[in-house]
Every structure is written in C-alpha cells, then in structure tokens.
Design a protein around this ligand. Structure first.
Ligand code: PEP
Ligand code: MG
Length: 577
C-alpha cells in the first residue's frame, strides 16, 4: 500500500527512485576526566583530528573542483573556515585544560556554546548557520574516532537519499553521483544544504521527521520538492502521472535553457531589459549560469555585514572592480548601503531610545546622510569603479527631494575630490533612486526630474504602503503585491519615469514572480531586475507576450477595488497571448 507523507519542500522538481537510507551512527560523547599528565597528549590528539577533518574537506574539494562552480565550492569553504576558526580550535583546547577532560567532551560543549550564539541571532539566515556548526563538530568527532564521514565509495546513482541530515559536502558528493533527490529529517529552507539543493537543481525535502522509520530501504519513492510530499511504494497510476509531470518539467527546463543569451523581446517587438540582483560579486557567476546579462541591483550592505563594520574606500573599490570585471561590459547598478531594519551590524551609531521600529528608523540613505564622512568612501569607490566599466549609482529609501539634493551634493563633492587627484571615473555616471517608500512613489515625478533612472523596490514599498512588517510572520498573510494601493503607486512611478523620459525598473521580489510579469508589462514596465534563477522564466513570459493585447485589460484591472477580483483577473492574463 502506498502512503503519503510530507515535509518542507525546499528544492522544486519531481524525483522518482529507489530509497537509500543513510543510518549514521550518532556519536555518544561522555565526559572522561584525565590526569594532568595526559592533557598535552589529548590536545595533540584533538589537533590531529582537526587536521584530518581539514584534509578530508580539502580532498573532497580537490575531487570535485574541476566540474563544480565556485558558488558551490564556497559551501565547503565555509566549513573549512569554521575548522580554522579559533572559536573551535582555541575554545576546545581551553576546555580540555579547564575541565581536564577528553577532546570529544571539550568539543561538544564548545559546539553547544557556538550553537547557542547562533540560536540567539535575530536574522533567520544567520540562525540557521548553527547547522554548519553541528556539521563541523560531527566531522571532527568522527575524525577523533579515526573514521571518515564521507561516503563517496557507495553508489547513489538514481537513488533518493533518506538521511537524518546531510552536510553540504555530502550533498555535493552525492550530486556528483547523480542522485535523484533527497529527504532529511532535520533542517529548514535556509540551511546551506537546502540552498545547495536549489543551486544544484536536486529535488529535496527537509524537516520530514521520522523519515527513516516511515520509509524502507529499496522502496520506490516519488518526491515532489515543491509541495514537500513523498509517496512511497506508489501505485501504477501515480507513477504514470508523476513520470508525465517530470517529462514536462524537463521539457520546460530545456525550453528555458534555449532562451539563454537571447534578447527579451515581446511578440510585438518591444525590447525589455532583464537584469539580475546580486548580494556580492561572486553572485555574478550564478547570473551567468542562466543568462549573459547585467545587474539591476547590487545590495552592497552585505559587504558591511561580512566585515561587521563600514568598509574603507580600498575595500569597496576592490569589491566593485571585481564585479565590474566579471560583468565584462554589462551594466552594474550599485546600490549604496541599506543597513538598518533587518540588516544590521554592530556599529557605533546611537539609535536612541525610540528605535523600536527599525524599519522606520535610521536606515539606508538616512544613516549615510547622518554620517557623510563614513558614506564618502563608498561614493568615491563607486565613482572610481565606473572607470572600469558601465556603473550606475542607486540610492535606497529616499523619502524627500531634500534628501536627494543632499546626496547629489555629496556625489558632486566626491567627483571634485577625484578630479583634483586626477583619478579617472565616468563623468556621466547615471544616478538613480529606489522608489520604495509610498511618499517617494507619490512624488515620483519630482524625483524623476532630477535623476537618470528609478527602480521600484516592491519589498519595502508593500511593507510601508500596507503597514506590514516584512519580517513578521504574524502579518505575512497581509503582504499583497496586488493590493490596489500598491498597484497605483507602481503605476504612478512608471508613468512619472515615462513622462520624464528616464527608465524605470523593478528590482523587488514582485519582478521575479512570473505570475505578475504580464500585469507589469501591461502597466508599461520595460525593465525587470530579478533573482538569477528567475531570469529565464521571466524571459519566457516576456517573449510570449504581446504588450498591445495586455494594455486594455490591465487598464481595467487598475480600476478594480477588490484584491481577490484583481488576483483572479491577473491570473487570467496568462491565457491572453
Ligand atoms: C525592495 O525593497 O524591494 C528591495 C529590492 O530592497 P531590499 O529588499 O534590499 O530592501
Ligand atoms: Mg528595500
């Protein structure tokens, strides 16, 4: 009899294959008290285990380096960095000395301490990094027992792996053996293993508790990585159905791949600009995997977060030059830092007693204008990077033209400094603004008259228009890009740009969601900046749309007051050619 079970789908796709259960031994760590004379030897044993774990990871990297993109190898590097971090090394050695205990125990309590640090972090992505700590602890514990964690000698081809948890290294090694998919009992959508599965295109389900008791070795499984469902021992009808779905998926993927490198032109001949969003220069490789295109949003605050401080001019410049070089002549839109709200570093700014609502606080350009001397290195570096390829400056969170006047004056100051020092930069560097606060959308014509481009940040525009904290799960259900107020603000911005003769893009998540592509085309949007993995799907809709046929219908949609009715009319746009 077949049964249906479900977990969290983290990487879409249908996989059909034989279940391969991985029963990893849990390492039982008990405390052993050692005599003082054995402490030095125990420390040496721990260092040997660290070295072994390190060389195992280097070996894996060597084995896969040739056929693996750098953005995948980086997951192994994260574990290598953790292995080399004094928090593991010195912390564990200090525990061995302090408690006169065995290395396994000393490492265990050090691991728990680090897990607690990550657990207390507010950022859900950083909180998930505790999984990496646990993986690294397990690898060293296994090495202390003189064992190897890696299973490259077992054949996994075409199998669906069912495990308690998988490390990123496991996932990469298994992908090399062409596994069909995987299911884990633990983990969440932000774990590195889940992110990797998405990058590698492996259908995957995580958080399926007791999977290894519910599923038996050798059983046939069907997994749906989008819905998060598993059917074990499926009947003939289910197999037939899911094989057909999988065939369609593969055909669609091949069709999308054919669009790579082709222009995004609608059926009635309108050329649409389609760029990607990045957080760091290395993300350009991911963009290039899908399409040879430029960057419409580079979120530079990630550089601040990595360093946990405001970078100096040289660090900014080195990073931006790397991005410009990687783009080989395609445009790079550098957004000045947007720290604050959900993206924070421990800086020295006094946020005052009322900073309970950081999304409305000293965020992004407000913070830069408060500390112009700290902002200047970034402006200088962006200008200097523009000497090496097409660069645009984009300002986040502008609310009033008064702020814009101050920013433009600072940019002029930066240009003067460079001119005096005879340092090259693009004298005509385009300067644009994100429209992500309702006030800016309502006054978009005023901004458009002073700028070279506008870019609609729907993530914040929706948050501020509908008064919904975008990171608060409790009100997530109210987050609605199709609320008539949101649509009107988007329309006002597009129209203001058209009137002023400047381009208007959209770089918020709404641009990456193909259910809105036709609506946006009908509203007159001609520039989309999307997540790398949405590039070809959005292009597919663009090249199969006729803007002339969409405009009248979209005009009518803009008159509707009820969100549900808008949603159903937007869904029907799919049926229009
Ligand atoms: C947005 O607000 O839509 C946007 C693109 O910026 P971020 O998500 O970085 O706030
Ligand atoms: Mg924003």
């Amino acid at each position: 009899m077949s049964i249906y079970i479900s977990g969290i789908g983290v990487s879409k796709g249908i996989a059909i294959g034989e279940a391969h259960l991985i029963a990893r031994e849990t390492i039982d760590v008990t405390k052993e008290t050692l005599p003082a004379s054995e402490i030095r030897a125990e420390i040496r044993r721990f260092k040997r285990a660290l070295k072994l774990a390190n060389s195992q990871l280097h070996d894996i990297k060597k084995k896969i380096a040739q056929n693996t993109a750098d953005d995948i190898l980086v997951f192994i590097d994260t574990h290598l960095l953790m292995l080399e971090d004094p928090a593991f090394d010195e912390g564990t050695i200090a525990n061995i000395k302090r408690f006169s205990c065995n290395a396994e125990w000393a490492l265990q309590i050090q691991g728990e301490r680090l897990v607690q640090v990550f657990d207390e972090m507010e950022d859900p992505y950083l909180r998930t990094r505790k999984d990496d700590v646990l993986h690294v602890v397990k690898r060293i514990q296994t090495a202390l027992l003189g064992q190897s964690e890696d299973s490259e000698n077992i054949s996994y081809k075409g199998k669906i792996i069912v495990a308690d948890d998988l490390t990123p290294a496991d996932t990469i090694m298994m992908q090399h053996q062409k596994i069909a998919g995987f299911i884990t009992e633990y983990g969440g959508p932000l774990s590195h293993t889940a992110i990797l599965a998405r990058n590698l295109g492996i259908p995957a389900i995580v958080g399926l508790h007791h999977a290894r008791s519910l599923i038996h070795r050798g059983e046939t499984l069907i997994i749906d990585g989008l819905a998060g469902t598993v059917i074990n021992s499926p009947g003939k009808k289910s197999l037939k159905y899911y094989r057909a779905v999988r065939r369609d998926e593969i055909a669609k993927r091949n069709l999308l791949n054919e669009l790579s490198g082709k222009p995004a032109i609608t059926l009635d001949g309108k050329q649409i600009t389609l760029h990607g969003n990045i957080d760091k220069p290395a993300d350009i490789r991911t963009i290039k995997k899908y399409d040879d295109t430029g960057v419409g949003l580079y979120r530079t605050e990630m550089l601040f977060i990595e360093l946990n401080q405001w970078p100096d001019q040289q660090t900014h410049l080195k990073t931006y030059k790397r991005a410009v070089k990687a783009l080989k002549g395609k445009p790079l839109t550098i957004r000045t830092m947007d720290l604050g709200a959900d993206k924070e570093i421990q800086d020295t700014i006094d946020h005052g007693p009322m900073a309970h609502n950081p999304a409305m606080g000293l965020r992004a350009i407000r913070r830069c204008l408060k500390e112009p001397q700290d902002f200047m290195p970034q402006l200088l570096a962006i200008l200097r990077a523009s000497a090496f390829g097409p660069v645009r400056i984009m300002i986040p969170m502008l609310t009033s033209t008064n702020e814009l006047t101050q920013v433009l004056a600072l940019i002029e100051d930066a240009k003067e400094i460079l001119k005096k020092k005879k340092i090259a930069f693009d004298k005509k560097i385009p300067v644009g603004a994100m429209i992500e606060v309702p006030a800016a959308a309502l006054a978009a014509d005023a901004f458009a008259s002073k700028l070279d481009f506008l870019s609609i940040g729907t993530n914040d525009l929706i948050q501020y228009t509908l008064a919904i904290d975008r990171i608060d799960d409790e009100v997530n259900y109210l987050f609605n890009p199709l609320h008539p107020a949101v649509l009107r603000l988007i329309q006002m911005t597009i129209d203001a740009g058209k009137k002023a003769g400047i381009p208007v893009s959209m770089c918020g998540e709404m641009a990456s969601d193909t259910s809105y592509t036709r609506l946006l085309l009908g509203m007159g949007l001609e520039y989309f900046s999307v997540q790398a993995n949405a590039l070809l799907e959005v292009k597919h809709i663009i090249v199969n749309s006729k803007i002339n046929n969409l405009q009248d219908e979209v005009k009518q949609i803009m008159q509707i007051h009820d969100s549900d009715e808008i949603t159903s009319r937007v869904q029907q746009l799919v049926n229009l050619l």
